[in-house]
Design a protein around this ligand. Sequence first.
Ligand SMILES: O=P(O)(O)O[C@H]1[C@H](O)[C@@H](O)[C@H](O)[C@H](O)[C@@H]1OP(=O)(O)O
Length: 842
Amino acid sequence: DPVRVHIIPGHSRLHRPLSWPGLGDPLFLTGVTFPPEYPASPETLVKLTVYDVRDKARDNVSKPLRGEGVSFLGSVTFSVSDLLRSKDDQLTLNLRSSDGVLAVGTVLVSRVNMGEMEEGDMDHITADVQQAQKCTLVCESSQGTQNDKDNSPLTGAVFKNPVCKVYKFQTVDSKWMLVREQMEECTLSFSIPRQLLHLYIQEDMRRIQELRDLGELSPHWDNLRKEVIGRYGQVIAAYQETLAELNKITGPSFKPSCSKAQRYLEFIPINLHTQRMRVTCPRQTDAFYDVITVGAPAAHFQGFKGGGLQRLLSRHEAEKKSTAYQCIYYSPEHTAKAQEVLHSVGHLQPLISGLADQLLQAAQQHSMAGLREALKNLAGKTEQFVHALKDELVKSALLALHAAQPGYVTKNQNQTLPGHQDSPVAPLKRQDSIPCHKEYDEEEWDRVWADVAKSLNCVIAMVDKLQEQEPINNNQEQPIPKQVLADVITSHNPEGDWREQLCPLVVRLKECVAEVVVRARRAMTFVLLQEAACSIPQGLFLKQRRDVVFSQALAALACGFVMRLYAGMEDKGFLRQLHLVGLVAQFESLLSTYSEEIGMLEDMEVGISDLHRVAFKITLAKTDNPCDLQPVVIGRRDHYTVEVPLPQLAFQTLPHEIKEGKALQVYPVLFNVGINEQQTIADRFGDISLQERINQRNFEILDSYYKSLSLPCFQTQTDLKDLLETLGQNVVTKKRKNVEILWLAGTICRRLNGIRFTSCKSAKDRTSMSVTLEQCALLRDEHQLNKDYFIRALDCMRREGCRIENVQKNIKCRKYAFNMLQLMAFPKIYRPPEGTYGKVDS
Ligand SMILES: O=P(O)(O)O[C@H]1[C@H](O)[C@@H](O)[C@H](O)[C@H](O)[C@@H]1OP(=O)(O)O
């Protein structure tokens, strides 16, 4: 396979093959750097030596050792002048074996012109320091300003340690505007991951219990069960340890970028901060613009050797299908269905039981209205319950479970299944054989399941009957349609007490529900056992990876939601939109689709998409005490709810739908455009399909969200429609570093009242460039910032503003971690002013 070498300023590390599993002809890319102090000249000779690395764990082959998974392939030498004179800046060289005789492969050397350099670019990189220093920063504070609306006790409960900067800029009509930047930490950085860890542990413990409740299984299945339980136990122990370590942490409410790969901090989002820009213009009401900045949600501690979640999960699914010989393969949809059924029965059974008790209470009180109300609710929930179980999966899983019990025989073989014999790994071909245990009654489930509906009908019929017996004046409401089940009714004494007559029927209904729950729970647990057993150990590693990434993503989302909610408390239109449709949460990412950052982006894609399983609820806080205003997470992996408590005063002004606890939806979308030198390589020689796919898919989500908004205030905004159309065109256009995608997506999100997020690896350098650019663009487009002040304002914010403080908070140094050569690759407008960047230990 060809090896490509790029002479790229600023790079020297060997990179993994850029290839996708299943595709042949992988491309191995590596960049080679001549450090600025190195006296390279046209005569300089470059020797390339290529090794075959079999042992991926030994990624660092700078000093390869023979016989340790690394072997010499060949080498070749060329001079810098060969490259400079070459056609298309490219040399094709033959690798030679050590004795120089054999040609053992081809190396393609390209000289990379960073491309984004334009005439006069260098002038901007070394910007006019004097100009920039005519900076308009007027004051700064670490506490915010007094009597500040942004620092109310409400925000103070969740947002901490404000850093504040105020600037004065000139408008087009030579007036002055005041711009105030405020950046804060968020307590949710730690509290959401802690709560999630608790919930993960609880859920896995419950899973272990459910597996135990499967009862006696044949040795094959029993062994698998033991193994799965053992693995769950390990995960629980690791999570408990992490939680214990997290509980020891005090200090700032954010994880600095340099701790990104620390084991005990892996669930914590990197460098999560909120940033608000408030603009005060003469004779205008203040406007403010919020953004949440956070490092890409990704499993940094686990690393990116095999890629990120999106790739790992699809690879795993494919492998599972082909190697699941020990167990029954259930598709991810089936597994999700099993979880859903488990969840539904767990949720609905206590509700049905409570409503049945209410019905008896109403009967006791001889209240026909109460009886009918309770019956209506009971019927509704019971129907939901019956419906939730109406799935072929339950039936087939019951059969499979039956076949997994000791003593099971098949009709065809009339002999014990292989999986039933002593060897725990003997193949079991369940699907091919129709189980025919003499004790197994295939109709049984249908009967048990139908009994629930039947017993509900008996209850309905009895209430009807009682209603008929009532004197006419106690029977004003419309009667429930008659469902005559004579065999039931005749057995009851029409003259007796209401409660007495209803009680046996209600008890029967509860019993039928309980019976169904036991069976359904065991059947679904068996499906999940298959899933877990088929995927050990890789599936569990991936689950842990997904837990980590999701935790970071949820902490960021919750932070953004709370900030958006607090900001919109007095906006009736916004609140209406919130409960009628929900909010867009738009993540902008600046990761490169190259090397490690591909893996980060693959993690991030799954983490952000998993956020669609989250809803928010607003609750009334017990007190106005800050600790009672902390959001609370409830739920399980397939669905979480974040409850956001508000103090009485704020709560009472909300629309009643929100006060009644309506689930508030979020629509997460992710747009990525890599901007640095690594993206230059990816754009030219690598694979950018990941970025293209993400942008196209998320455009579709955003577009369908917009279409689902039937609120007139959005449909009449023609420019919103135009913006979406332009974004749609941009995501399919082949254009390098097309940052317009990010600007359009950000603008659309703001117009849609959404939550804005900006991310890169550590949310410190590239993110700072993007956030300051967005702020200045808003000043120019929405607040008539004088054009001559645009670059000055941008440089000033980058030099003096909250973002350089963010860098300082993270690495204790006031320099963005860019070198000059990296900056050449940036789109011009993303480059910071001279003196603010350099080599730092980040
Ligand atoms: O905040 P980031 O842009 O992810 O910081 C990068 C920086 O862009 C890059 O130039 C530098 O070489 C480092 O990789 C920074 O990442 P850290 O995670 O090390 O801060």
